[in-house]
Write a protein that binds this ligand. Sequence first.
Ligand code: ADP
Length: 484
Amino acid sequence: MREGKLYIGGKFVNSSSRKKFISLNPANERPFGRYQLGNKNDVDKAVQAAKKALPLWKKTPAPKRAEILFEVVRLLKKHKERLAKLEVLEMGKVYSEATGDVQEAIDVFEYMAGEGRRLFGYTTPSELKNKFCMTIRIPLGVVGLITPWNFPIAIPAWKLAPALICGNTCVLKPSSDTPGNAIELIKILEEAGLPKGVVNLVTGSAKDVGEPIVKHSGIQGLSFTGSVETGKFIVANAGLKKVGLELGGKNAIIVMEDADLNLAVDGIVWGGFGTTGQRCTAASRVIVHKKVKKELEERLLRRVKRLRLGSGLKRSTDVGPLINEKAVEKSEYYTQVGKKQRAKLLCGGERADMKGFFFKPTLFTNVKPKMRIAQEEIFGPVVSLIPVSGIGQAIRVCNGVSYGLSSAIYTKDIKNAMIAAQEIETGLTYINSSTIGSEVHLPFGGVKDTGNGREAGIEGIHEFSETKVIYIDYSGKLQKAQID
Ligand code: ADP
């Protein structure tokens, strides 16, 4: 079995708890890795180490910090296949998607390394003579990064790369379902030459590691991806830290009567069942014009029935397992809720008869917008078809949920496309493409209960830095703004 340690002050160490926990391979339920069960004491040590490393890292010129990030890119490329395989074994997604996850980490480190020679501020004229005004970007300080299991390397990378290029030092807590990839990423950062203490990693439970990070007075910024419940806890307990939250979605694909249905089916299958429905941007609702509902149902059903479940390492597999037993129970539970509320089950709706956390790809139709399966995040391979009679109703249904992360519309009519682009309340809208597929040079995040802040792109830099204003008065006399 793999063994993983904490990483504090540049050393791999045991937890002071002397306890360990294991992760499972979700495709066969066998133990996969054994990790340190960290505690508050370990978090304190990690924060101290990050604090100690901060002055030097902050003073290191950003283009020099970037050199280390470029080296991370080189190493990630070199180890791409090994990391992807590890991800399949601990998280369960199919291999091709796992390589995509590693590629996303490569992309974000490359993009953020490039920022080392930008980190732009701006200048603007002063209202007074012989006075100069400009802005620069400064790091927050020590930042806490709390990550989930569904993108076990990309999400830590999305947070680490901008945090580091901006000059912050970090304490990372990965999900207990998938600490293995985060530990491998740390090893790569170390090999790339990151100074001791700049990044620290503490594995362990939400209660003993996550909560002490959220509440720690030595931490100035938090970046979190996970559930709404945890997001609410963070907002209530983070004090005055700068907080970025990405809390999931109930994303919809709208299919208009003029849509290319083949394209729409491709997008629904990819968005609904890719990563076994376990993406924050997964398409769990299909809002379909009633004129094409029957046709879409038939085509979708044919495709979904053909999806093959299995280990993500097998080339023939389309859909991998869910992450754990609790996730299977959640999909089972929502299937029962859907049936009880009189949605029509077209296929799936039950565990697959095989070892591992497998759940059959599930389609519901005749779903009403307010039914629970159309409102609550299931995070499994469960897709609900909701019939509507026009673009206005489609938009209202799309917006009638608490979340606001991603959305998509399939249409050939530019008017429908533009209405959707402007009126859907989400952070991302795709036209004639599925709800998933973010690129790292554009901002990512949502509105409403999906949280706040944006990751990646230039806005990822803003997330992990503050603007500082510098006034230079070379008049040689006291000049008073607003008065002279
Ligand atoms: P998910 O359902 O995606 O696992 P969670 O919000 O439960 O979403 O977990 C995401 C990450 O947040 C994990 O690393 C988890 O350990 C951590 N976490 C969960 N609850 C808390 C909490 N109260 N305080 C800090 N971190 C937490």
